[in-house]
Design a protein around this ligand. Structure first.
Ligand code: ADP
Ligand code: MG
Ligand code: MG
Length: 645
């Protein structure tokens, strides 16, 4: 989450009247950026990670762990130095660089940390990542009280259960109207609660999130959740649960906070130019699902074990603002488009690039896009694929409009563009340079679940960066599969133990004709379309580690590492991270999701009824905190590399 606008956000009935205006200006802003920045070259391969943490307060006497509302106050403390420098920057070089930057997130109990400045482009720099992540945890700890801890997992097990918040509040707030989550869990900045309320109002109902329950030996069959207050009659929306929004055999959640209250690990990478950014965007989109399955850390929701390991679908449903017409439930009358996916989801079109690997048949999803905007972009010289991408993003309404920020100079501001762009939450995000800044074209890799320890977070970050570097170094790398297959992969990646049991669509030969020197590559016109055998189904292990038939992502990364001069110490540290990723893929190292599920199922208080009681949760988060601080080694989940650093 970037810096927040200040001001008064408009309620939905007013904001919707301004949607068209915001879109029009947003497009002009994009065009300004495009014209000024499209020829930018040779930007450094800067990159950075974002890690989200949750603040928990422990009640040792009663063996309870609760989400702490103090997260917001803690964040203010963490930001003091950065804010001071905004008003008093000093002379260049006068003050040491900040080690970390801190940002708010949707949950009041959440904190997001990034490195103080992006990492540089050298491979040597990769060995500093873990130390910076550790330092971030220490900085937060310096500001915590004795009974507070921070943990980093995809979903907090008790979010929305009976007694999960410190201090407690009743779930009776106007903004969320949730049966489970009080408005007080939402970050107090007005942007967040308006976002939640406007999504609900735009949709015409509360969001309905249903994750399949993990059926254990004593789980009722069918499972009908006894903790849902079906008969509450506080808001008109209360009846939705009874009328079918809450599905049997599922864990039902009814508010944006259940999704945006989850935590993730995101990585933003700068490309040398716009063309390489487009390449990176497309390749990362297809590889995302399999890497997400390795990172799974969300097996419990609202106090129940789920039959999934990842958070992605929860967030997707949690911000699904589509009206019934847009969801295809009613014929189009008032709305303009039938829209197949939530604003939070996998991408719908590839961007293509000059590498010649893209083929039109990969964009095989019927695309909703704004024809007028498309035409305007095309008339302004934007190519077809980029114009489709932007005019597709712009089918969405701006959800939060600040009255004070409506009037902008489109040649110097990107606020309206960012308004739409930053609420299209996709598995990869194509980030144009901000106007008047030294920042170049970037791609954000967004599917990863956050990891419990800094070693694991560093390993996933380093692996992602190396994959990007390999893509840039080897122009022949081609990981395209059709968008619809990418969507199937993302769903499969969710399922319990996907890394062990699922198959994913992938290209059989991602190095293509790479034995040919560049000059002998076939021109695009001579290339034939994919045949059936070009895209095959493989396990995560085969895709990541390789097999007799498939080269494997890790061997590709190693080819890249072998091709550059590297200090031995650097290489051996990187090899430890790669060994960890390899272990996750071949099943010798468990995901956090699998480990947590086991922890619950082997806890003496567990009754094999899918219920994760507050007592089990207390014991669990204490162990997670000990792992993160290196006080407890769990090689079955972290491997042995984590202990050596
Ligand atoms: P978001 O769009 O998710 O709010 P930000 O723009 O705040 O993200 O930045 C997220 C990450 O991008 C951080 O890790 C930061 O270090 C990194 N970052 C900042 N500048 C650059 C850059 N020029 N190139 C690549 N990464 C960058
Ligand atoms: Mg981000
Ligand atoms: Mg974030």
């Amino acid at each position: 989450m970037g810096l927040l606008s200040l001001g008064t956000p408009l309620p939905w009935d007013q904001a919707k009247l301004l949607a068209r205006e915001v879109r029009q200006h947003g497009i002009e802003q994009f065009l300004h950026i495009w014209r000024n920045m499209k020829d930018r070259q040779k930007d450094n391969l800067l990159w950075g990670d974002e890690i989200e943490y949750i603040l928990i307060s422990l009640d040792h006497k009663n063996r309870r762990a609760r989400l702490s509302q103090r997260g917001h106050e803690l964040l203010s403390l963490l930001q003091v130095e950065e804010n001071e420098r905004l008003t008093n920057p000093g002379r260049p070089g006068e003050k040491p660089e900040l080690e970390a930057l801190w940002r708010p997130e949707f949950g009041r109990y959440m904190i997001e940390g990034t490195p103080g400045h992006p990492y540089n482009s050298t491979v040597d720099e990769l060995v500093n990542v873990e130390a910076n992540m550790k330092r971030r945890r220490e900085i937060v700890a310096e500001n915590m009280t004795e009974d507070e801890i921070i943990v980093s997992i995809g979903s907090y097990p008790e979010l929305g259960s009976a007694d999960f918040l410190d201090p407690p509040h009743k779930p009776n707030g106007q903004f969320l109207r949730s049966l489970f989550l009080p408005d007080e869990v939402v970050n107090p900045h007005p942007r967040f609660r308006t976002l939640a309320a406007n999504i609900r109002e735009r949709r015409g109902a509360k969001v309905a999130i249903n994750m399949p329950i993990f059926h254990d030996a004593n789980t009722p069959n069918p499972f009908v959740d006894p903790t849902i207050p079906y008969e509450r009659n506080l808001f008109p929306e209360d009846s939705e649960a009874k009328k079918g929004a809450a599905l049997p055999d599922h864990i039902y959640m009814d508010a944006m906070g259940f999704g945006m209250g989850c935590c993730c690990l995101q990585i933003t990478l700068q490309a040398p130019n716009v063309d390489q950014a487009r390449r990176m965007y497309d390749q990362f989109a297809t590889v995302g699902a399999v890497i997400m399955s390795l990172s799974a850390s969300s097996p419990i929701f609202r106090g129940y074990l789920a039959d999934v390991d990842c958070r992605w679908n929860v967030i997707s449903a949690a911000v699904d603002d589509r009206t019934p017409e847009e969801r295809g439930l009613w014929p189009l009358a008032k709305d303009r488009f039938v829209i197949p996916k939530s604003r939070y989801g996998t991408i719908d079109t590839f961007l293509g690039s000059s590498d010649g690997h893209f083929r039109p048949e990969y964009n095989d999803l019927p695309l909703a896009y704004d024809k007028d905007i498309y035409q305007h972009l095309a008339d302004s010289g934007i190519d077809d694929l980029m114009a489709k991408h932007v005019s597709h993003l712009f089918i969405r309404d701006p959800l939060v409009i600040f009255e004070e920020l409506l009037d902008q100079d489109d040649s110097v501001s990107a606020d309206h563009f960012e308004n739409i762009q930053s609420t299209n939450w996709q598995n990869v995000r194509f980030k144009p340079p901000p106007p008047n800044s030294p920042i170049g074209w970037r791609v954000e890799f967004r599917p990863l679940e956050v990891q419990v320890t800094d070693f694991e977070n560093a390993a996933f970050s380093v692996f992602t960066v190396l994959l990007a570097r390999a893509m840039l170094a080897f122009n022949d790398i081609n990981m395209y599969i059709p968008v619809t297959k990418m969507d199937i992969n993302m769903q499969r990646a969710h399922s319990r133990d996907a890394v062990l049991n699922e198959k994913f669509y992938f290209r059989r030969n991602i190095l293509g004709d790479n034995k040919l020197p560049e000059s002998e590559s076939k021109p695009e016109s001579q290339l034939t379309s994919d045949s059936e055998e070009d895209v095959v189904e493989m396990s995560a292990n085969e895709i990541v580690n390789g097999s007799l038939e498939f080269v494997g992502l890790i061997p590709v990364v190693q080819m890249y590492l072998d091709s550059i001069a590297l200090d031995d110490a650097v290489r051996s540290k990187i090899d430890v991270y790669i060994a960890f990723i390899s272990g996750r893929a071949n099943g010798s190292i468990m995901t956090a999701a699998a480990w947590m599920r086991n922890f619950v199922r082997s806890h003496p208080a567990y009754k094999f009824d899918s219920v994760v009681s507050p007592e089990i949760n207390y014991d669990l988060v204490i162990v997670l905190d000990e792992m993160a601080r290196g006080k407890r080694l769990v090689p079955e989940m972290v491997g042995t590399g984590g202990s050596s650093v």
